[in-house]
Design a protein around this ligand. Sequence first.
Ligand code: GAR
Length: 191
Amino acid sequence: MTNIAVFASGNGTNCENIIKYFCNSNDINVNLVISNKHDAYVLKRADNYNIPNKVLTKAEINDSNVILPLLEKYDINFIVLAGFLLIIPDFLTEKFHNKIINIHPSLLPKYGGKGMYGHHVHEAVKAANETETGITIHFVNNVCDGGDIIRQFKTSLSPDDTIESIENKIHELEKKHFPQTIEEVIISKNI
Ligand code: GAR
């Protein structure tokens, strides 16, 4: 059994899609949701599906004596970052080597790195008059948005696209591809 912990800081649409996608699976289970924000809507979404959820401060996430026992308690062997805005500490990327994946709302290496998240990415894409954008699903290492790319999916843009319509296109791609890509990684790596 693969037990996933989803880390998320905000609204949690991706987290909910992942929970829904695996809720009838016999092999893959979302066992835990972790947020660094006590008022993140993702916590409510997790509650709605009876998924255990915890709020940890930045200091607790960076403390191996706090986070490792928590992940052990829920038997976690795979971590998904779904709109999680803190850097993952080295001890976690080492312990979960190639077992932490992230979704980023651009075609990395474009529009990645520190400070590039959510609407900041879409604003930069719009300002650059890009004719396409997309999502990147990648392994997490100790470089922000720098791990090996697993899959990218594109969508075209027109000059009429607004920040909001770009965001909607990105969410559509995420909904369609993220849970399935998580499943493919887990199966292909025999996790
Ligand atoms: C998603 O679009 C995700 O790609 C992005 O935050 C959004 C979270 O939405 N992640 C990043 O920008 C990470 N750098 P959600 O909370 O509704 O899933």
